[in-house]
Design a protein around this ligand. Structure first.
Ligand code: FAD
Ligand code: UDP
Length: 384
């Protein structure tokens, strides 16, 4: 029997959803989208908790991008609430902006010393500049070096140990570079041109993306029970499937971990609801010197929801991913060895001419949402 679909997409996160929409709309393809969770939107999924607070089930998500194309694309499917995320570090009870900036400098060292350090930093790197902590630690000027040590010890070391189980030197330098030292008083967490939150939430935005007559979504369906990669080709429900397949899940899983498991960090989220209007002053407070959790986020700051007398927060605890049932592989651990292992799996996929790996899991990358949308659009530019 011929298939009722020309294209198969696995995973209804942002990657799979944008790809499905593009294939359906621009390509005129009939798309089957399989998602194993009981909902769409992947890790961006948001919903209302039992106290009526809009929460992000898989960790706080704030949209930001430099890409006009990505922003305009999503604007087809959502209005935006204007929101610029601001984060403070709790350093032994003292709160200071993160990324560490000139305001943090004054809080940590006092106005007078901060002024002198600012002059030195500006001479060394230029005004309004972004410097990574690893770069700053290379500076040999004794005062800048002491400052670098302070920032390293109080902002990066413990947080990174909690998040990655190892020191900042031992992780991919691009990871700590996401949060530079800023030689300005800009206290926003992101400096991108476009920032905001989908006005009705991410789930509603993704539902709108998937609302197309050529898209059929099946929830609660693990693609591995339907799709089998074999020597002679990909089989869908036992029959050879020669249409386009876009896979956004973990690639080692698809091949039954035959070369071993790709390493990831997972998170435990502990949600707490408090009977007060606000729990903390900022959307997120990073615990950079103590506590077992890395950060606390209070959702109402992000979503703008007005709800007096009640608020929900989430604490994030990071640990090694074991692959146990129910664990989610949130962060790829990017290093040479893991990249090489990933490449072995990717090579297996190249046997299938119209099979495409897309997304944070399938590409084993540390992508933000905007990068995912950009990648999905670029892939579909080529496919349709
Ligand atoms: P996912 O959202 O993981 O979607 C993959 C989907 O595939 C999942 O729904 C999964 O269930 C499904 N799937 C997997 N295997 C199968 C299978 N075999 N069969 C069927 N379905 C399958 N980005 C930002 O831009 N801003 C932020 O503030 C931000 N905060 C973040 C906070 C945390 C804690 C984390 C972990 C990430 C954050 N991100 C943020 C990144 C963002 O979550 C990702 O860029 C984006 O969600 C990735 O989309 P995706 O579709 O590639 O993956
Ligand atoms: N980081 C840190 N202290 C902070 C914030 C970030 O050490 O206060 C480091 C840490 O290694 C973290 C990385 O910078 O994993 C990237 O931070 P980001 O907030 O971008 O991580 P995400 O939101 O993706 O978890």
């Amino acid at each position: 029997m011929p298939f009722a679909f020309d294209a198969l997409v696995i995973g209804a996160g942002l990657a799979g959803s944008v790809a499905a929409r593009e294939l359906a709309e621009r390509g005129g393809r009939r798309v089957l989208l399989l998602e194993r969770r009981p909902h769409v939107a992947g890790n961006t999924y948001d919903c209302t908790d039992e106290h009526g607070v809009l929460i992000h089930q898989y960790g706080p998500h704030i949209f930001h991008t430099q890409s006009r194309r990505v922003f305009q694309y999503l604007t087809r499917f959502t209005d935006w609430r204007e929101y610029e995320h601001r984060v403070v570090a709790n350093v032994h009870g003292q709160l200071m902006p993160v990324p560490f900036n000139l305001t943090s400098l004054a809080i940590a060292f006092g106005e007078e010393k901060a002024e002198r350090l600012t002059r030195k930093l500006t001479d060394a790197y230029g005004a309004e500049c972004r410097v990574t902590i690893l770069e700053l630690r290379q500076n040999t000027d004794p005062e800048i070096s002491a400052l670098a040590d302070y920032v390293y010890e109080n902002i990066f070391k413990t947080y990174t140990m909690k998040q990655w189980g190892t020191t900042p030197e031992q992780i991919d330098p691009a990871t700590t570079a996401r949060v530079p030292v800023l030689l300005s008083t800009d206290d926003r967490y992101f400096q991108d041109a476009y920032q905001g939150m989908p006005a009705k939430g991410y789930t509603a935005m993704v539902e709108a993306i998937l609302d197309h007559p050529n898209i059929t979504v099946e929830l609660g369906c693990d693609a591995r029970s339907r799709l089998t990669p074999e020597e002679g080709g990909l089989r869908l429900d036992g029959q050879l499937f020669t249409g386009t397949v876009i896979y956004t899940g973990a690639v080692d899983e698809l091949f039954s971990h035959q070369f071993g498991q790709l390493p990831y960090r997972t998170l435990d989220f502990r949600f707490e609801t408090h009977d007060k209007t606000w729990y903390q002053t900022h959307g997120t407070v990073n615990y950079t010197v103590d506590e077992d959790y890395t950060r606390i986020t209070e959702f109402k700051h992000l979503t703008g929801q007005r709800l007096p007398g009640v608020t929900t927060i989430v604490k994030e605890y990071s640990r090694a991913y074991t692959g146990a049932d129910g664990e989610v592989p949130y962060y790829a651990i990017i290093n040479e060895e893991n990249r090489a292992l990933y490449e072995r799996y990717r090579a297996l996929c190249q046997r299938y001419p119209d099979f495409h790996l897309l997304g944070r899991l399938a590409e084993y990358q540390y992508y933000n949402m905007d990068a995912i949308v950009a990648k999905a659009l670029e892939l579909c530019d080529r496919l349709v």
